[in-house]
Design a binder for this molecule. Structure first.
Ligand code: DGL
Length: 272
C-alpha cells in the first residue's frame, strides 16, 4: 500500500501550491483532494470549515497518508489549530497535519523595507486574524493590513481571471488596501486562487510594491520539515506518483485543475 503525502484544498486552488511542492519534491507519492462539492469555504463559519476539513483529513488517513498539507488558507486559518490540538491526539496521534499560514508568516516579513505588509485573502482567512497574529510572532515590528477580496475567487472559478471585466474588481480591492496604508510595499496573496490574477494585480500596482505568492514558500518549508523529521520522511512512499480526487464533477475538476496546475489533470470522484 502507498503512503502518500495528502494535499488538501476546498477545490482546485491548492493545485497552485501543489505545483511548487511537486517540483521541489518529485520523489514522493501524492494524493490531492479537492472538496469541490462543498467549495468555496471562504465565507463559511469556523465550525463548518472545521467539520468539512476534518472529514477530508480523515479521508486522507483512510487512504494511507501519514502527512496531510492543508493547501487552503481558509482551512488553515479556521480548522488547523483545532485539528492539531484537539482532534489528532484522539483520532491519529502518529499522523501530522500542516497548513500554509505559519510557513508564509515565517518569511513574509523579509520582503518588506517599509515594515508594512498587505494581506489579501478570503473573508474567512481575513476575519480569523491568523496572518496578523502569526506574522507578529516572527516579525513584531511589521504592521499588517488585511483585506478580504470576496469577488476574486468567483471571477477565477468562472474563467474570468483574464477578462477585461475582472480589471474592475482587481483594481477596486488593491485601491482599498492601499488607501488603508499607502506605505505598504509588500502584498501577500493569501489565497490559493489569487496567483491566477497575478498579471492583472501587477498591472494595477506601482513598481515598488512586491507581490508574494505562497507555492514556493510552502514547498521550501515542507522540504525543510521532512529533513528535520526523518521519522515522518521514512514513512512516506517514494513512487513519484500523483492521484487527484474530487468530491464533485471530474470533468469540471480536470478543466479547471489543469489551469491551476499548468498541466493536464485526470481526477477520480470520491465520497468522503
Ligand atoms: N482555497 C481557498 C483559500 O485559499 C479559496 C477558495 C475557497 O474559498 O474555498 O482560502
Amino acid at each position: 500500500m502507498q503512503h502518500p503525502i495528502g494535499i488538501f484544498d476546498s477545490g482546485y486552488g491548492g493545485l497552485t501550491v501543489f505545483r511548487s511542492i511537486a517540483e521541489a519534491l518529485p520523489q514522493y507519492d501524492y494524493i490531492y483532494l479537492g472538496d469541490n462539492g462543498r467549495a468555496p469555504y471562504g465565507n463559511r463559519s469556523f465550525d463548518t470549515v472545521h467539520q468539512y476539513t476534518l472529514e477530508c483529513v480523515e479521508w486522507f488517513f483512510k487512504m494511507g497518508c501519514p502527512l496531510v498539507i492543508l493547501a487552503c488558507n481558509t482551512a488553515s486559518a479556521k480548522a488547523l489549530r483545532t485539528i492539531q490540538q484537539r482532534d489528532l491526539p484522539l483520532i491519529a496521534p502518529d499522523k501530522r497535519v500542516l497548513g500554509v499560514i505559519r510557513p508564509t508568516a515565517e518569511v513574509v516579513g523579509k520582503y518588506t523595507k517599509t515594515g508594512v505588509v498587505g494581506v489579501l485573502g478570503t473573508r474567512g482567512t481575513v476575519n480569523s486574524g491568523s496572518y496578523a497574529i502569526e506574522i507578529s510572532h516572527f516579525f513584531p515590528d511589521v504592521t499588517v493590513h488585511q483585506l478580504a477580496c470576496p469577488m476574486w475567487v468567483p471571477l477565477i472559478e468562472n474563467g474570468e481571471y483574464d477578462s477585461d471585466g475582472a480589471d474592475y474588481f482587481v483594481k477596486k480591492y488593491l485601491d482599498e488596501l492601499l488607501q488603508q496604508a499607502p506605505d505598504i510595499d509588500t502584498i501577500l496573496l493569501a489565497c490559493t486562487h489569487y496567483p491566477l490574477l497575478i498579471n492583472k494585480i501587477m498591472k494595477f500596482l506601482p513598481d515598488h510594491i512586491s507581490v508574494v505568492t505562497q507555492g514556493g514558500i510552502v514547498a521550501e518549508s515542507l522540504t525543510d520539515y521532512l529533513k528535520r523529521h526523518p521519522e515522518m520522511e521514512t514513512r512516506i512512499s517514494k513512487g513519484g506518483s500523483t492521484r487527484y480526487f474530487t468530491t464533485d464533477d471530474t470533468a469540471d475538476f480536470d478543466t479547471h485543475g489543469s489551469l491551476f496546475l499548468g498541466r493536464e489533470v485526470r481526477s477520480q470522484f470520491t465520497t468522503l
